[in-house]
Write a protein that binds this ligand. Structure first.
Ligand SMILES: NC(=O)c1ccc[n+]([C@@H]2O[C@H](COP(=O)([O-])OP(=O)(O)OC[C@H]3O[C@@H](n4cnc5c(N)ncnc54)[C@H](O)[C@@H]3O)[C@@H](O)[C@H]2O)c1
Length: 315
């Protein structure tokens, strides 16, 4: 049985990856320090003999006994609320954590895929964003702790590939959503749905003309799986190119939830990207991948999930 280590395994994306690799017949080792994750995301896996959980901070030395075939490094705070609250841990997990896992991959002869982000493009001056665009990042601004950690992560991953010959994969993930996101993680989608469920107005930062492109989690997981199994070591964008302004998106959420509330406007936070849309030509070409789930379909599933979470909290 092939063995895979998934860091950040109790988080939103990590837990979906645990499910996918269990389904593919792997022995899955999830590792997480639970700083932003939740054991409830993986508790359904605890009874399985081919699932293990290690409570561990990957910014410290990482030891896993036995063979490892693959490592997926997804440990990192990922939402602005989280990384502004824990900036040093964010820098450490992207740098020291990635270094530790690359060392582990080298020692075990494992292939490693690291989760990078569209934030490496910063507030992009090129639209849509292609992998060969180097970005527009403010290193000392509030978002610098996340963006620069991820840029360092890509650099050290590439160095381990070229210098030590480690088999590496780099995915640049664009905004992804779905069940197991936290309602309070500050990202626009859970924020809007949470406000609608609580009967509050929906807060739109700026005039709402900034754009985002939302990818449903199942599509992303398929892209990650295909990239891991490919032989492509340079960064690949995975995301849904269907772009929407935040104002239009708020209107979609109002319609979906049937709330009587309205959009209200607050000042845009510093360095908030104005446009975000992946160019996925490369993923289509080398992975034969493109998203399949429409926003309408994905939002319905996610809304049902959040409704359940809120009704359980009220009990
Ligand atoms: N969700 C998105 O839209 C998105 C977009 C781009 C990139 N990403 C990347 O994907 C990864 C997962 O993001 P997510 O949305 O699932 O976030 P998440 O916060 O739900 O999951 C991150 C997990 O990592 C764990 N973690 C953080 N620091 C750790 C450490 N030092 N040691 C061990 N575990 C640690 C957290 O406890 C959490 O369970 C991150 O690397 C993030 O940068 C996500």
């Amino acid at each position: 049985m092939k063995r895979v280590l998934i860091t950040g395994g109790a988080g939103f994306l990590g837990s979906h990856l645990c499910d996918r690799f269990i389904k593919e017949g792997y022995h899955v080792i999830a590792m997480d320090n639970l700083i932003t994750g939740d054991l409830r995301n993986i508790e359904h896996l605890f009874k399985l003999p081919n699932f293990e959980f290690y409570h561990h901070d990957v910014s410290k030395f990482v030891h896993v006994p036995g063979q490892l075939d693959y490592i997926l490094h997804f440990a990192s705070p990922a939402s602005p609320i989280d990384y502004l609250k824990i900036p040093i841990q964010t820098l450490k997990v992207g740098s020291l954590g990635t270094h530790n896992l690359l060392g582990l991959a080298r020692a075990k002869g494992a292939r490693i895929l690291v989760a990078s982000t569209s934030e490496v493009y910063g507030d992009p001056l090129v639209h849509p964003q292609k992998e060969d665009y180097w970005g527009n990042v403010n290193p000392v601004g509030p978002r610098g702790v996340y963006d620069e950690a991820k840029r360092f992560q890509e650099a050290i991953t590439m160095a381990y590939h070229t210098y030590h010959g480690v088999e590496t994969r780099i995915i640049r993930i664009f905004n992804t959503y779905g069940p197991r996101m936290r309602l309070d993680d500050g990202r626009v989608l859970p924020a809007f749905i949470g406000q609608a469920l609580r009967g509050e107005d929906l807060t739109c930062f700026g005039d709402g003309s900034q754009t985002r492109s939302f990818c449903y989690v199942d599509d992303l997981v398929e892209g990650i799986y295909r990239l891991l199994m490919s032989d492509y070591a340079s960064p690949v964008n995975i995301g849904n190119p269907s772009e929407i302004t935040i104002k239009q998106f708020g209107e979609e959420i109002i319609k979906l939830t049937g709330t009587q509330q309205k959009l209200i406007y607050k000042p845009l936070p510093q360095d908030d990207p104005k446009q975000r849309q992946p160019d996925i030509t490369l993923a289509k070409k080398i992975l034969g991948w493109e998203p399949k789930v429409s926003r309408e379909e994905g939002l319905k599933i996610t809304y049902e999930y959040f409704k359940k979470v809120v009704s359980e909290e009220k009990k």
